[in-house]
Design a protein around this ligand. Structure first.
Ligand SMILES: Cc1ncc(C[n+]2csc(CCOP(=O)(O)OP(=O)(O)O)c2C)c(N)n1
Ligand SMILES: [Mg+2]
Length: 818
């Protein structure tokens, strides 16, 4: 399919100039009469109450950290507590107009936002909804605990529930919101729209954009706010998240009925500090953060600077911006001015700023100011507000007493592998939501007509079948994608060149004709945001396939893969699912930055499932498996194999749906003398080596294709090694630090008594990948494998090695670091 937008040189070559829109700065005008009518006395006092709640909650934590005591209750808290004392008005104003189904994501400094959003939800939900939420969350365990010390009606109970859930989470307790797996910087509570908070500065930006994408694609109500710090404006993922959210295609190419631009506010809690650095005036060049919107789109992201010391100014801005988002004109950038009186963390003595500066801000403390505002306008008398303070500290004392006590609030039992049990959800769901998948043509009119008609095995009567008429590895992947696209209405796929191009390597050829834009689209060249938004999409409840064109680009998405995709299931205590398959293509021929196999990096990070099919049969069966599950999968593919036909399963690649068993290696050739274990495309070179060893030395090599990295069933490998007593492992990953060394070390331990020779690993050289013409000196070759067998496992009579694979040479290279 060709592009829908055609570019006419006459339109773009003419002279003109860019006119920029104006960005309002602190435009809110106080109007007590209007505000009384708009909010009413009770709500104005509630705003005050919520601000004091946050102030007192954070003060309590400050005392605990600094003095080990709050109102006579003693506790030692080992973990972090990044307090937001001073920032209360910004948090409460942000949450005031949000519905329970609006999402907020936040940062390491988000206790206040959690409380503000939860209180806003408690206010809006009726008592029966509140009780139902609390009864269902963690099967009511958290509620049972809170009932031990809480008194009052459902709203009061819910308030204690939120305070306790947050505090117990900060203290790492089993009945914290996330069973203590998240802690202070990651606590969250999805039933009230409080989504994950992120300890990685700016980490929430692209994840929140993915949640907004989820809302658009799945026609869900509500908006999303990414609450991030001013320091995060320097972070690549934040810019990438903004670029992703600002794509024109939502308005130019997607079905208008979906609602247009992503419903997201990037809300910068602009407190002028990023630890000790000052974004304004020192580490950034924007002068006023809101200016950044000008560079993004013609509407300048509807950017505004808002006075975050006035909760009503923030509430007003959010209310207006919700309208902008609902009109499909997102994204929005808010620069919410605020100031933290507290240090970056309790151990921070604030030596980098003048006390006089802090004093100036304290003089304008939003809580004192708003108290005067309430009293001055007749909404409250001193006594009312004192009662608010009194009630809050009493409540917090009760909550702290319960959260601090190990008898009332135990931690999870780590001796029963509880944490291990949370690493994966290990579920298989045909679809993440009910409904009819949105497609453009019936499945039987698609390119499947062509692939189904092909030979499904690469040989016929002992002869190879014509390549063009035989199903390839790439087409096998396409068939798996098609299956799930027509099953799961939530499933979407994106990445660079995914749509009209059909993916850089043609895996998606034929999908464009089947799928509307919102289910298959091109992303910006933003690998961080490709993965980060997919994380946000998945944890919001949708299935997503993100693609990195080359494995080497994983570096660009390092945080999103290793800290986000890998961690949120466990950090949520398995509340969230992560049905995210990240397709990663391992290259060759393109030199040092396009030809690396980084399976070992992924193997090292807990929380990721990882697979690497080497045959068309596995490509389809393993992608089917990955797309059926609810766990994050890094799905490695090989550019050497996209055109490969099936050579092992004689019945061919089934047309029908099937799955490969999770973690199960495949025996590609049976043997009794030696075992080869491979991962990825090296399989074919190992098989050639096995053939030569048979022909020349009558050795029967068993060749096992591990095909899974994690999880992995060692048994078939150990069974083979027990039989042969000799094992060599080979893959295209650089040898140093290769995942194969983990396998080798485990095999050595688990089958020690059966081994007749040391376990040998053959990997690529510890070099840059040289140009295509020199590649054979870099990637393991058939000869290297045979030479290694000869030098390190089983001397081959009369054999002269072609390369040096001796132990001495390996030691020499290591000495040189290459
Ligand atoms: C990627 C990353 N880099 C550095 C840090 C260490 N760090 C934690 S908070 C912080 C400052 C963040 O400033 P800002 O985004 O303005 O948030 P604030 O602390 O002011 O709320 C830094 C550098 C981190 N957590 N993550
Ligand atoms: Mg800051």
């Amino acid at each position: 399919m060709t592009k829908a937008i055609s570019i006419n040189p006459s339109d773009v070559r003419g002279a003109s100039k860019i006119e920029s829109v104006e960005i309002p700065i602190n435009a809110y005008v106080l109007d007590p009469v209007r505000e009384t009518t708009k909010y009413g006395r009770a709500n104005l006092v509630r705003i005050y109450r919520d601000m004091v709640f946050i102030r007192e909650f954070e003060t309590m934590l400050d005392r605990i950290k600094m003095e080990g005591e709050y109102r006579g209750i003693k506790y030692t808290h080992r973990g972090p507590a990044h307090l937001s004392i001073g920032q209360e008005a910004a948090a409460v104003g942000m949450a005031y107009h949000l519905s329970p189904f609006d999402f907020i994501f936040g940062s390491h400094r988000s206790h206040g936002e959690i409380l503000a959003k939860c209180f806003s939800a408690i206010h809006q939900l009726d008592e029966s909804d509140l009780v139902e939420t609390m009864e269902t969350y963690m099967e009511g365990d958290l509620l049972r605990l809170v009932e031990q010390f809480s008194r009052g009606d459902a709203k009061s109970l819910a308030t204690d529930y939120v305070l306790y859930g947050t505090l117990a989470e900060i203290f790492g307790r089993e009945h914290g919101f996330n069973k203590g797996m998240g802690g202070s910087m990651h606590a969250f509570f999805p039933p009230f729209g409080v989504m994950p908070n992120n300890a990685i500065v700016g980490g929430s930006a692209d994840i929140a954009a993915g949640a907004a994408l989820f809302k658009r694609v799945n026609r869900k109500p509500g908006i999303v706010i990414a609450n991030i710090g001013d320091g995060s404006m320097g972070c690549g993922p934040v810019w990438e998240g903004i670029m992703f959210a600002a794509m024109d295609q939502y308005r130019t190419l997607w079905d208008q009925e979906l609602g247009g631009g992503l419903p997201i506010i990037f809300n910068f809690m602009d407190n002028f500090y990023a630890m000790g650095g000052q974004p304004m005036g020192e580490t950034m060049g924007f002068e006023i953060l809101a200016r950044v919107g000008l560079g993004v789109n013609p509407e300048a992201m509807h950017a505004e600077r808002v006075d975050g010391f006035n909760p009503l100014a923030v509430a007003d801005a959010i209310e207006r911006k919700i309208d902008v988002l609902q009109e499909g004109k997102g994204p929005v950038l808010l620069d919410t001015l605020t100031y933290r009186f507290s240090g970056h963390s309790p151990s921070d003595a604030s030596a980098y700023r003048d006390k006089s500066e802090v004093d100036l801000w304290r003089e304008q403390d939003s809580i004192d100011w708003f108290r005067d505002y309430l009293e001055g306008n007749g909404h409250a008398v001193e006594l009312d507000l004192d009662a608010v303070h009194q009630e809050i500290s009493e409540r917090l004392s009760r909550v702290l007493e319960a959260a601090a006590s190990l008898e009332i609030s135990p931690r999870v039992d780590v001796n029963t592998d509880t944490i291990g049990g949370m690493m994966f959800s290990n579920q298989y769901l045909d679809r993440m939501a009910d409904g009819k998948p949105g497609v453009l043509i019936p499945k039987d009119e698609s390119r499947l007509k062509i692939t189904y008609a092909k030979h499904r095995f690469g040989f016929k009567d002992g002869e190879p079948t014509p390549k063009l008429k035989t199903l390839t590895y790439a087409e096998a992947l396409y068939e798996a994608m098609m299956h799930r696209f027509y099953e799961d209405p939530t499933m979407i796929a994106y990445g660079e060149e995914n749509r009209d191009w059909g993916g850089a390597f043609g895996v998606y050829r034929g999908l464009t004709e089947c799928l509307p834009y919102h289910r298959l689209f091109n992303s910006p060249i933003s690998e961080g945001a490709i993965v980060g938004t997919a994380v946000g999409y998945a944890i919001s409840g949708g299935r997503v396939v993100a693609e990195l064109m080359y494995c080497d680009f994983m570096g660009r998405a390092g945080d999103e893969i290793f800290n986000q995709m890998a961690k949120w299931q466990a950090m949520s205590a398995n509340l969230l699912k992560m049905p995210l398959v990240l397709r990663v293509s391992v290259g060759a021929k393109y030199g040092a930055q396009h030809s690396q196999d980084w399976t070992s990096l992924v193997a090292h990070i807990p929380g990721l499932k990882a697979m690497f099919p080497a045959t068309p049969y596995d490509a389809k069966g393993m992608l089917n498996l990955a797309l059926h599950g609810t766990d994050p999968v890094v799905f490695f593919e090989s550019q050497r194999l996209y055109n490969e036909t099936e050579q092992f399963v004689e019945s061919g690649v089934p047309i029908e749906y099937y799955e490969i068993k999770m973690g199960e290696p495949a025996i590609r050739r049976a043997g009794k003398d030696l075992t080869f274990v491979t991962l990825g495309a090296t399989l074919y070179r190992a098989l050639e080596a096995a053939q030569d060893l048979k022909k020349l030395y009558d050795l029967d090599v068993e060749v096992i294709d591990a095909r899974f990295i994690n999880p992995l069933n060692y048994e078939p490998i150990l069974k083979s090694v027990r039989k042969t007593g000799r094992v060599l492992l080979a893959s295209d990953a650089c040898e140093r630090g290769s995942y194969l060394h983990t396998l080798a070390s485990n095999i050595s331990q688990f089958a020690f008594d059966y081994l007749d020779a040391p376990v040998a690993v053959v990997g690529s050289r510890n070099w840059i990948t040289p140009p295509a013409e020199l590649e054979e000196a870099f990637f393991p070759q058939k000869e290297w494998i045979i030479d290694t067998v000869h030098e390190r496992i089983l001397p081959l009579p009369g054999y002269s090695p072609l390369t040096n694979q001796s132990v001495g040479e390996i030691i020499r290279r290591n000495y040189l670091g290459v």
